[in-house]
Design a protein around this ligand. Structure first.
Ligand code: NAD
Length: 496
C-alpha cells in the first residue's frame, strides 16, 4: 500500500456544513502530519458561483474556526491545491467541464489518474451523481476510482437496495466506501484491540461470564435545524441502523482469522445474521420509543414544537432496545442499546457487565456490592475503566469498589485523530475496513425495518414521553427491570 497516496478528491457539496466543519479541517491535519504529500488535489463542486480564490478563502476560514493556533498565512500552500467548479449535479453538461478540470489537475499534480469522488450532499443526489460520473466519462481513468458516500444509505431496505443498484452501475462493491463515522472513532476501533489482544478478556467474552452489555449513545441537543430530515427519519433510522448495530457487531463478532477488511467484515456479517428477529407482538416487548417533551424548567421546547416538525409527529427521538444474538457465544445475553436526543448527557459508552461470582464471602454494604464492569468510553472522553472490588483498608471482611482507568487524554502528546481524518486517509489508501459493506447495510436495514413497520402502523399514544434532560422514558428502565437489570448510570462514569 502506498504510504502517501496520490489522489484527486472531487468533493460534491463543497460549500456544505460537513465539508466546512469536518472535511477541510481533516484534510489539513493530514497535510500537516505529512500523511498526504504534495501529490494531492481537490476539486470542490457545489451550486453556488465562486472563484477559486473565494473558495480557498472559505476553506481557510473553516480551518481557522475548527483548529486552534493556526496562522492564516501558513494555510496558503495547502489551499493552493484546491480548485472550485460551480456545477448543478442534475445537469449532464456540467460534467464535461468537470472532467476537463480533473484531467488538468491530474497532470499538474501527477496524480496517476487516481480519483476519489466524495458525495457530501443530500442522499437524493447519490444515484444521479454516480450515474453521470459514469455516463460522462469521469470514471474512465487510468488510476483507481472510488466513491465515498455519506449516511443515510437509504431509509429502509428497499430504498437502500435501489440506491445500491444505481451506484453499482458505475462502481464495483470494493470501490464503494460507505461512511459510518463511528467506525473512524479511536475507541470504536479499540474495541477489537481490547478484545483480541488481552488474554484476560477473550476467555470471558461469552455467555458463561457476561451478564449483559449496554450501549448508550446520548445527545443533549434536540433536532436543531434538522427537523425536516429528522421527522421523516427518527432515531431508529438515524442511529440504530448504522452506528448502534455496528458497535454491537464489533462487540459480538468472533475473532477474525486476520485483520484484513474481508475477514473482519465477514465476522461482523455473521453477527448481523444471528440477530433475533422479533415477531410483531414481540417488538413492543423488546423495543421502546421515546419523544422528548419540555425540560423540567420549561425552557427547551418539546420535539413537536421544533421548526419543520409536524405538531402531531409520531417520530421517535429516542430508542431503547434489547437485542439478542442467537449463536453459541451469546445465547441468553441481552445487548441493551439506547440512543436519543435531549438526554441528560452527551456521551457514548459501552458497559460490559460480568456475571456475579458464585458466592460472596465478604460482607459488603449493599451500595458497594458491585459486579465487575468494563466500561469503554467512546466519546467525548476516550478510554477504558475496569470496575473491581478490593479490600477496604483496615476492615477485615469489607470490600470497596475501585475503578482502574485508562484515558487517552492522559497520554502525553497524544492527539487522537478525528474520525473523518482517519476515514479520508483510509479511503485514499484503499483500506475499506472501517466502512460498511453492502451486506452489513442490507442486514441492518432488514432488522430495523421490522421495528419501524410496527411503529409506523401504531401511533405511540404516550408521546411525548420523556422530559428533556433525562435519560429517556420510564419504559426504557422497565425493559431492563423486567430482566432484573438496571441501566448503569453512565452519566456518572466519567474518567477522573
Ligand atoms: P448541506 O446542506 O450543508 O450542504 C449541501 C451541499 O450540497 C452544499 O454545498 C450545496 O451547495 C450542495 N448542493 C445542493 N444541491 C446541489 C445541486 N443540485 N448541485 C450541486 N450542489 C448542490 O449538507 P451537509 O450537512 O453538509 O450534509 C451533506 C451530507 O452529509 C448529507 O448526506 C448528510 O446526511 C451527511 N452528513 C452530514 C453531517 C454533518 O455534520 N453535517 C454528518 C453526517 C452526515
Amino acid at each position: 500500500m502506498n504510504k502517501k497516496p496520490a489522489s484527486l478528491l472531487i468533493l460534491f457539496g463543497a460549500t456544505g456544513d460537513l465539508a466546512n466543519r469536518k472535511l477541510y479541517p481533516s484534510l489539513y491535519r493530514l497535510y500537516k502530519k505529512g500523511k498526504i504529500a504534495e501529490q494531492f488535489a481537490v476539486v470542490g463542486v457545489a451550486r453556488r458561483e465562486l472563484t477559486d480564490e473565494q473558495y480557498q478563502n472559505n476553506i481557510k476560514k473553516s480551518i481557522l474556526s475548527e483548529i486552534n493556533h493556526v496562522n492564516e498565512c501558513d494555510l496558503n500552500p495547502f489551499v493552493s491545491h484546491f480548485k472550485y467548479h460551480s456545477h448543478d449535479v442534475s445537469d449532464a453538461a456540467s460534467y464535461a467541464e468537470l472532467k476537463q478540470l480533473a484531467e488538468q489537475m491530474d497532470e499538474t499534480y501527477d496524480l496517476g489518474g487516481n480519483r476519489l469522488f466524495y458525495l457530501a450532499m443530500a442522499p437524493e443526489f447519490f444515484g444521479t451523481i454516480t450515474q453521470f460520473l459514469k455516463s460522462e466519462g469521469l470514471t474512465d481513468t487510468t488510476g483507481y476510482k472510488r466513491v465515498v458516500i455519506e449516511k443515510p444509505f437509504g431509509r429502509d431496505y428497499k430504498s437502500a437496495e435501489k440506491l445500491n443498484a444505481m451506484i453499482r452501475t458505475a462502481f464495483e462493491e470494493e470501490e464503494i466506501y460507505r461512511i459510518d463515522h463511528y467506525l473512524g472513532k479511536e475507541m470504536v476501533q479499540n474495541i477489537e484491540v481490547i478484545r483480541f489482544s488481552n488474554a484476560i478478556f477473550e476467555p470471558l467474552w461469552n455467555n458463561r461470564y457476561i451478564s449483559n452489555i449496554q450501549i448508550t449513545s446520548s445527545e443533549t441537543l434536540g433536532v436543531e435545524e434538522r427537523g425536516r430530515y429528522y421527522d421523516k427519519s427518527g432515531a431508529l433510522r438515524d442511529m440504530v441502523q448504522n452506528h448502534m448495530l455496528q458497535m454491537v457487531a464489533l462487540l459480538a463478532m468472533e475473532p477474525p482469522i486476520s485483520l484484513t477488511t474481508e475477514e473482519i467484515r465477514s465476522e461482523k456479517v455473521r453477527v448481523l445474521r444471528a440477530l433475533r428477529k422479533y415477531s410483531e407482538t414481540e417488538i413492543p416487548e423488546n423495543f421502546v420509543r421515546g419523544q422528548y417533551d419540555w425540560d423540567e424548567k420549561n425552557l427547551l421546547a418539546p420535539y413537536r414544537e421544533e421548526p419543520m416538525v409536524q405538531p402531531d409527529s409520531n417520530t421517535e427521538t429516542y430508542v431503547a432496545g434489547k437485542i439478542m444474538i442467537d449463536n453459541f457465544r451469546w445465547a441468553g445475553v441481552p445487548f441493551y442499546i439506547r440512543t436519543g436526543k435531549r438526554m441528560a448527557t452527551k456521551s457514548t459508552k459501552i458497559v460490559v457487565q460480568f456475571k456475579d461470582i458464585p458466592m460472596n464471602l465478604y460482607y459488603q454494604p449493599k451500595e458497594t456490592l458491585n459486579p465487575n464492569l468494563l466500561v469503554i468510553h467512546i466519546q467525548p472522553d476516550e478510554g477504558v475503566t475496569l470496575h473491581l472490588n478490593v479490600k477496604k483498608s483496615g476492615q477485615k471482611e469489607e470490600t470497596k469498589p475501585i475503578h482502574l482507568h485508562f484515558s487517552n487524554r492522559n497520554i502525553n502528546g497524544m492527539n487522537t485523530p478525528e474520525a473523518y481524518e482517519r476515514l479520508i486517509y483510509d479511503s485514499m489508501r484503499g483500506d475499506a475496513t472501517n466502512f460498511t459493506h453492502w451486506e452489513e447495510v442490507a442486514l441492518s436495514w432488514k432488522y430495523v425495518d421490522r421495528i419501524s413497520q410496527v411503529w409506523e402502523n401504531t401511533r405511540e399514544q404516550d408521546f411525548p414521553n420523556y422530559f428533556s434532560g433525562t435519560m429517556g422514558p420510564k419504559k426504557a428502565d422497565e425493559l431492563l427491570e423486567h430482566d432484573n437489570h438496571i441501566w448503569w448510570p453512565i452519566e456518572q462514569f466519567e474518567i477522573e
